[in-house]
Design a protein around this ligand. Structure first.
Ligand SMILES: [Fe+2]
Ligand SMILES: [Fe+2]
Length: 233
């Protein structure tokens, strides 16, 4: 059980972490900015609560997990991995704030292992699994659809493209799973190539349950959208 001092210390650190993190996140970016972080945080805490995880580790990790996501998407630098760079930066930030090494290590592991398609580091702890699942859940369901519309707009993409998935994958997806030209991507292609199977990639029971619910809604949406666009519905 925490004493009052440690709770106050944690609260003040969280305020500082938020202040620092805010300077990295683009303003008004519903897909990757502060609103994504707040949604992931709420979902990760809900999963963490049900899974018996350390909520303080989850909270700090969620706040910092995407501080370099916009850098990666805008520059499209091959080899730049936002989860690895964010983990290194988070280590510096948290050490400067005086957090214990054990906490810093736990947070950094959550951040470095949160990436979906191309993650080379798999989540090993329950906190990292909760963050991973919550981050992926933000890509599916009603939230996922709205988010992907913002992303399509941001990257100058069409929202929906009729493509042969195998051809498209050969043409625009690198062997490590990263996208070559974001402008060629679209919301439904992302769904077909990655999000459709999101429930299978969940690490926690709670995440899997939520992912199935959200995915079935998304499935219905794209199926209907495809028919409406063909003019048959
Ligand atoms: Fe990310
Ligand atoms: Fe994220």
């Amino acid at each position: 059980m925490k004493d009052e001092t440690s709770v106050k210390l944690a609260d003040s650190i969280l305020t500082k972490v938020w202040e620092i993190a805010d300077s990295y996140y683009p303003k008004g970016d519903w897909a990757h900015g502060r609103s994504h972080i707040e949604r992931v945080l709420r979902t990760a805490l809900e999963i963490g609560n049900r899974e018996g995880a350390d909520l303080e580790i989850i909270e700090i990790s969620a706040i910092l997990h995407d501080i370099f996501a916009s850098k990666e998407k805008h520059f499209g630098v091959e080899g730049f991995r936002h989860e690895i760079e964010a983990s290194k930066e988070a280590r510096n930030i948290l050490k400067t704030l005086g957090l214990a090494d054990k906490t810093v290590d736990a947070v950094c592991h959550c951040i470095e292992s949160h990436r979906k398609r191309t993650g080379k580091i798999q989540p090993q702890t329950i906190e990292a699994k909760c963050l991973f699942d919550a981050d992926k859940l933000d890509c599916v369901g009603a939230v996922g659809i709205v988010r992907s519309a913002f992303m399509a707009l941001d990257h100058g993409q069409e929202f929906y493209k009729q493509e042969d998935i195998d051809d498209y994958e050969r043409r625009n997806i690198r062997p490590d799973g990263t996208i070559i030209d974001y402008a060629q991507h679209s919301s439904n292609l992302e769904y077909e190539l990655s999000l459709k199977e999101v429930a299978k990639r969940m690490y926690t029971e709670t995440g899997r349950k939520l992912a199935k619910e959200r995915s079935s809604f998304m499935d219905e949406f794209y199926s209907r959208l495809g028919k409406e666009l063909k003019g048959i519905l």
